[in-house]
Design a protein around this ligand. Structure first.
Ligand code: 6PG
Length: 245
C-alpha cells in the first residue's frame, strides 16, 4: 500500500535534516489550507521524534505562516495532566505554541481531567465534530511510528484499530502511561496530508515492512492501516530507512 506512487519518501542523514524538510512541507500544507479554507487544521503527534520539528517551526519558520489561522489538535494524548512531562500537549506547548503566540481558542488539547477517559474521548469527539461540521478533514496529521508499528495510540491487536464510527477512543495500552486517547482510523484516513516522521535504527524493521514488503506482511503493523486519499510523506533518517535511498 505505501509503496504506491501517492507516497513520498524522503531520507536524510540526521533527525535535524529530516525535521527541516518536514517543516518546509508543514509550511506548504498550512499556506495551501489557509488559501483554500481560510484556516489550517493540524493534528500533532507526541513522543520524542517531533520535538525537533516543533522547535524548528518556532525558531526558523515563525514568520512564514499567519499563525492566527492555524488550529492545533492532537492525534493522541497520554491520559495524564497537561502539566505532566509525559503530556503530548505539554511537549507542543513548551517547544512551539507558547513562543508562536497561538491564540488560545486555536489550541484544542485532548482533555485529560475527566475521571473516566471514555468521557474525555466523547468530549473531544464533540469538539472535532463541531469544528469540522460533521466530516473529519485535517489538512495535516503528524504521525509518529512506534517500534511495534503503532501510530497515534493505535496499538497492535487493540480494538481501537477496528473502530469505524467513533472519531476518538480511550485506549488501554501495554506501555507507559497505559491510558491514552487516540483519533481513530476513519479520522486519520480523512486527512489531506499525513507526515510519518521516524528516526533511529529501532524503527527500521517497521519502515522496511511499510515500504519494501508485501501488503500482507505490512498488516501486522497498525501503521499499515493508514489509507488516505491524500498525500503521504515519510520523513526518515538513514538509520530508520537502512541507509541512503
Ligand atoms: C505517543 C505518540 C506515539 C509516538 C510513537 C513514536 O503519544 O507516544 O503519539 O504514537 O509517535 O510512539 O514515539 P517516539 O517519537 O518517541 O519514538
Amino acid at each position: 500500500m505505501f509503496n504506491s506512487q501517492s507516497t513520498i519518501v524522503k531520507v536524510y542523514r540526521t533527525l535535524d535534516e529530516l525535521s527541516h524538510a518536514a517543516a518546509e512541507e508543514f509550511v506548504r500544507c498550512a499556506k495551501e489550507a489557509i488559501a483554500q479554507w481560510g484556516r489550517f487544521a493540524v493534528a500533532l503527534s507526541g513522543g520524542n521524534t517531533p520535538r525537533t520539528l516543533y522547535e524548528l517551526l518556532e525558531r526558523d519558520y515563525a514568520a512564514t505562516i499567519d499563525w492566527r489561522r492555524a488550529h492545533f489538535f492532537w492525534g493522541d494524548e497520554r491520559y495524564v495532566p497537561h502539566t505532566d512531562p509525559q503530556s503530548n500537549f505539554r511537549l507542543a506547548k513548551e517547544t512551539m505554541l507558547d513562543a508562536l503566540h497561538i491564540p488560545v481558542e486555536n489550541i484544542h488539547p485532548m482533555p485529560t481531567h475527566f475521571s473516566d477517559p471514555d468521557e474525555a474521548a466523547h468530549e473531544y469527539e464533540a469538539e472535532l465534530r463541531f469544528f469540522f461540521s460533521g466530516r473529519p478533514g485535517f489538512d495535516l496529521m503528524l504521525q509518529g511510528i512506534g517500534t511495534d508499528g503503532h501510530t497515534a495510540s493505535l496499538f497492535p491487536g487493540n480494538s481501537a484499530l477496528r473502530e469505524k464510527k467513533a472519531w476518538v477512543v480511550a485506549v488501554h495500552a501495554d506501555m507507559q502511561p497505559p491510558v491514552r486517547l487516540s483519533l481513530t482510523l476513519p479520522v486519520i484516513n480523512a486527512a489531506r496530508n499525513i507526515f510519518f516522521i521516524a528516526a533511529g535504527e529501532e524503527k527500521r524493521h517497521v519502515i522496511e515492512a511499510m515500504l519494501d514488503h508485501s501488503e500482507d506482511e505490512q498488516q501486522r503493523y497498525p501503521v499499515a492501516r493508514v489509507r488516505t486519499n491524500g498525500k503521504v510523506f515519510f520523513f526518515l533518517d538513514e538509520e530508520a530507512r537502512g541507509g541512503k535511498r
